[in-house]
Ligand binder design. Sequence first.
Ligand SMILES: [Zn+2]
Length: 447
Amino acid sequence: MSEYWNPQMETMKKAELDEIKLKRIKAIVSYAYRNSQFYKELYDEMGVNPEDVKTYDDFRNKITLFRKDQIRDKRVETGDPFGTMLTIPPDQIERIHPSTGTTGAPTFTALTAEEVHVASEPCTRLAWMWKIRPGMRLLSAIHFVGFWGWWSTFLGVLTMNKLGLNTELIAYNAYLHLFGFPTARMSLGKFKGDWALLPPDTALACINEFAKMGKDPKDAIPGLKYVTSAGEAISPKHRKYLMEKFGLLDWFDAWGCSDPFTIAGECHVHDGLHAYSDYWTLELIDTETEELLGPGERGEIVVTNLWMRALPFIRFGTEDFGEQIDETCDCGRTHPRVKVYDRASWVVDVAGKKVSPFSLRLIMERHPETEEASFNIIKDAKKMNILKIKASYKEGITKDPEELKNRIAGDIKKELGVEAEIEWIPYEQLHKTLHKITRMVDLTKEG
Ligand SMILES: [Zn+2]
């Protein structure tokens, strides 16, 4: 069996891929301008003429980027739930998926029946990359209803059929069952899934739940081989821990952005997430100045969806922070990869350097005393001179908290290039939202 679902497209020469990308960019920009009131007004207002886009650089330099708030503003102004972006009559829509609403009122993705078909191709490539094969049983700890209806298009009937899987083998709503009904937790084991969609925090919660029942995760979900997670970046150390607990062969990270229906995923190399450039174009911009960044530079991810016509998304600021890798991956796929670390709003400016909580996490995890990476970054000014951290350490194995402080601050100085001030506090006193540690506590927004 081939390593790739679609070898021709997945390993296509970069120059050929670029040609397809540019052709699709020109088409979607022109289509949106002619058919969507939102884009017509946006581009006219900014003096943008879509016909001026002849090259990829033209696209990046001339086409205005936009954000979620602009859709929300248009919604309030016009009463149209799609903020005047829709290019087709609403009765032609096959599916509507609301976004998660983590940063405010949910917005919507609308897909026609044809678009659901189109989406199944890159989705099947990813599923294949994640070792999903005919005959396997799939579990989902993310429920396929509500705002996660998005996933049901992604890993839905069409993708399953392409892969030769029986769609009835997806254990729907396992997330709700796991925490809502103790008996369902037990029946999950009887299902014997081969692959599961399981976010890292849910995986940790599962381990705790199973422990209460006196069960080893390996026995609670026997035979599980692969997991794909989404929702938060996973560090190598965390991945290793979870794989050992569940007895897995591999754990793949995925990243999705619901509005522009974008999804990227890791291959077995684990060096960035593949974003198929015949379906999406990703760019990086500086979080403050919005200037375009080059390969390897970290900033906000901007997405253009190249196949959605009903509700086009062109140069949409995702508010996620990461970097892009253009070189061909060791797995042989030529499409660019993206590394997503945090929400862009969690990144702090320390002495002119951008520090993301994920980069601090990697340093904390390395020291046995702080391997659980329990910390808050305290932002008390827009621009700070020193990185302020509140953190907790493991009592039993920490001999000298002052020495530990100096050791970690030394690593931060060496790797992130900034001075750090660490204050040790008990775990209970760390700032949390629900059960999750708030990685960046923004004091500039209070008072
Ligand atoms: Zn790869």
